[in-house]
Design a protein around this ligand. Structure first.
Ligand code: PLP
Length: 405
């Protein structure tokens, strides 16, 4: 008998039980966030990616996504991939060689949209805003007049430096009046704060699963306006990205046909995540996020730590905290994770740590555990903080808000 032993030997590996911590970490970073039991349960199911059951699921996902995006547009699609894949789907379907794009850049993720547009061959002009600031309406108006863009890209919440583009509605109106399509990255903000795609005149909105929606990472959502869809449908050359070609994706998401094998378990998880958003309602969800985030911010400040973003443009969905002198974000994140089983994030070289307030992170018990763990971490690493004052401020803010102040 000839030997069948493969030339590359079988690796010696351990099971996940030997890798994962015994007690799951509390995921309080900038995403992924904890998922509800219904989402986890759905994510454990595999069904046929085509057929009547999937069609019903897809129909409901689109319907619920329209509510979450606040759009009546038919053109809602899911994307097998991270938030960045949805971003690339928006950009690569709407921009091509020579397209004039104005990218409003105030951090890492808004820069990613500009980079993607450049890779599509677009002529990209950047409205570069300093870290911790947002573009003024006057700056946007000037840039629109100068660049005459066909497309404007902007992020609602710049997760990297925790800045909120609070004038998104006004900026979208200016861009639209100047004849541009508006592409908005709502990866970290969708379902955590108001975003009205139709009423604000937005032409493409993207989001990931792993943040506000509290679904799994890797299955994302996108919505195009009629005008954006028309631009994509009438382009001269097909999109170079086959998987991200919205015209091909239409087959699956609108015609119950085959494009590629959809990540069925992830779509089921997304269905349940969206269903829970609908059950809560956007209004109550926004109120929960605001209440929890403001209470966390009050606790952090009362403890003696500084919030990174200035108040008017401070993002509530992800809270940035300056690390005290002598401590690096890696020190803080490593210690809080290993000693307190709470996971928070650093941020791409900035001297901050970030605590997420998205979806399931916004629960009062999670806030107390996280703030306590942060305070203990600071004390254990030698920073001076007033932990009891922080916890008291958290409690006070939550109870004042509960009384409807
Ligand atoms: C605002 C924003 N845009 C885009 C992304 C990219 O999403 P993903 O990492 O899922 O590709 C992120 C991820 O943190 C984000 O916060």
């Amino acid at each position: 008998m000839p030997t069948t032993e493969p030339s590359i030997p079988c690796p010696d590996v351990v099971s996940l039980d030997a890798i994962l911590p015994e007690e799951p970490l509390l995921m309080m970073g900038a995403g992924p966030v904890p998922i509800p039991a219904a989402v986890a349960k759905a994510n454990a199911i595999v069904i046929n990616h085509l057929g009547a059951t999937m069609s019903k699921v897809i129909g409901q996902v689109k319907e619920m996504a329209r509510y979450v995006f606040q759009t009546r547009s038919k053109w809602v699609l899911g994307v097998a991939g991270p938030g960045s894949a949805a971003m690339e789907m928006a950009i690569s379907n709407l921009a091509w060689s020579g397209t004039r794009v104005l990218s409003i850049k105030n951090g890492f993720f808004s820069a990613r949209m500009a980079e993607m547009a450049k890779r599509c061959g677009a002529h990209v002009a950047m409205l570069d805003v300093a870290d911790g600031a947002v573009a003024s309406l006057a700056d946007v108006e000037r840039a629109l007049a100068r660049e005459r863009p066909e497309i404007v890209t902007i992020v609602q919440g710049e997760t990297s430096n925790t800045v909120w583009n609070h004038q998104l509605k006004e900026i979208a109106a200016l861009a639209r009046a100047a004849g541009a399509l508006v592409v908005v990255d709502a990866v970290c903000t969708l379902s955590t704060m108001p975003l009205e795609m139709d009423a604000w005149g937005i032409d493409a909105v993207i989001t990931g699963g792993q943040k506000g929606l509290s679904s799994i990472p890797g299955v994302s959502l996108i919505a195009f306006s009629d005008a954006a869809w028309e631009r994509m449908k009438t382009r001269a050359q097909p999109n170079a990205h086959w998987c991200l070609d919205a015209s091909l994706a239409e087959n699956f998401w609108h015609n119950a046909g085959y494009h590629y094998t959809a990540p069925v378990s992830g779509v089921l998880a997304l269905h349940e995540a969206l269903r829970l958003v609908c059950a809560e309602t956007l209004e109550k969800r926004f109120a929960r996020h605001l209440k929890c985030s403001l209470a966390l911010q009050a606790g952090v400040s009362a403890m003696g730590l500084a919030l990174f973003a200035p108040e008017p443009c401070r993002l509530n969905s992800v809270v940035g905290i300056s690390t005290p002198a002598g401590l690096s974000p890696a020190d803080v994140c490593g210690h809080i994770s290993s000693q307190h089983q709470v996971e928070i994030s650093g941020s791409f070289g900035l001297p901050i740590v970030r605590i997420g307030q998205m979806g399931e992170q916004c629960r009062e018990h999670n806030l107390f555990r996280t703030l306590h763990a942060l305070g203990r971490t600071m004390v254990e690493l030698g920073a001076r903080v007033d932990l009891p004052a922080g916890v008291a401020a958290l409690e006070q803010s939550l109870s004042e808000n509960a009384r409807g102040r």
